[in-house]
Design a protein around this ligand. Structure first.
Ligand SMILES: [Zn+2]
Length: 273
């Protein structure tokens, strides 16, 4: 069994949770302690149930001071790579000294969940590295795989090969290119979002899903796909969905259940038995 819930997604905060037979892994803590504890309680997870938290990168919508306090209060192990911790230390300082931090450079296990980190393309003055993850769990002779990539300016072949054969995929679908280009955002900020180290457009997310599907051999690959980190100002859930649906239809891909991740509430929980 594997269970996946996105608790919040977007520039105002990100968190998701994966439950297997033996482990509960939190992905990012960019929301308040109150939100985190209430949204976990709504799916019957107590703070002491969390086996570990993994952090994608140091932007405040992925690791907030309040979210960090929640993890510290409950003595949760926080896992990320050294660069992410260095970036986070500049922002959160001594607070991180009190955390149970574990830096990694390669795959590791949290009980029965194998966690595979990989670098994605997202950096600015405050963030030097950003990670994507896959989570693989085996149970009763079956293998379950979840892919998680938000905050990346592009999807390269290496990311596609990591995500191949995921049963569930959460992928950024941040902006509609025309809406972003027409927006009143400062020119430099727009150029960064559009760059290879910024965020992913709806069209690029659609192409990535097609590429991952084509690279997959498992029968149940990409059964559930969440479009995540949808911008409030230069995108809409409807536009992200229709862009991806149209691209999938053109490529004759008809077996994906597509959802949008919600900003301020839990998205649909997926359970695969
Ligand atoms: Zn970011």
């Amino acid at each position: 069994m594997i269970k996946f819930s996105i608790l919040a997604s977007g520039s105002s905060g990100n968190a998701a949770v994966i439950c297997s037979d033996e482990a509960v892994v939190l992905i990012d803590c960019g929301v308040s302690a109150k939100y985190l504890s209430e949204s976990l309680a709504a799916i019957n997870i107590k703070p002491q149930d969390i086996s570990a938290a993994v952090i994608t990168h140091a932007h405040g919508d992925h690791i907030s001071a309040s979210g960090l306090s929640f993890l510290m209060k409950h003595n949760v192990k926080i896992l990320s790579c050294g660069e992410v911790f260095e970036d986070a230390f500049i922002k959160h300082g001594v607070k991180l000294d009190d955390c149970r931090l574990i830096a990694f450079v390669r795959n590791f296990k949290v009980y029965d969940i194998e966690v595979n980190p990989f670098y994605v393309h997202h950096r600015d003055q405050r963030v030097s590295k950003t990670l994507g993850f896959t989570f693989v769990s085996q149970s009763c002779g079956k293998q379950y795989k979840i892919g998680y990539v938000t905050d990346t300016g592009k999807i390269c072949k290496n990311i596609v090969s990591h995500l191949a054969d995921s049963n569930i995929l959460a992928i950024e679908s941040n902006y509609d290119t025309a809406m972003l280009e027409e927006s009143l955002r400062p020119y430099e900020n727009k150029q960064w979002i559009l760059s290879d180290n910024g965020h992913l457009s709806n069209a690029a997310a659609a192409q990535a899903i097609i590429d991952v599907k084509n690279a997959s051999k498992a029968k149940d690959s990409l059964k559930y796909v969440f479009l995540a980190h949808i911008s409030q100002s230069h995108n809409s859930k409807r536009l992200a969905l229709s862009t991806v649906e149209n691209a999938l239809a053109k490529n004759k891909i008809t077996d994906i259940n597509l959802f949008t991740a919600l900003r301020h509430s839990k998205s649909k929980t997926i359970i695969i038995q």
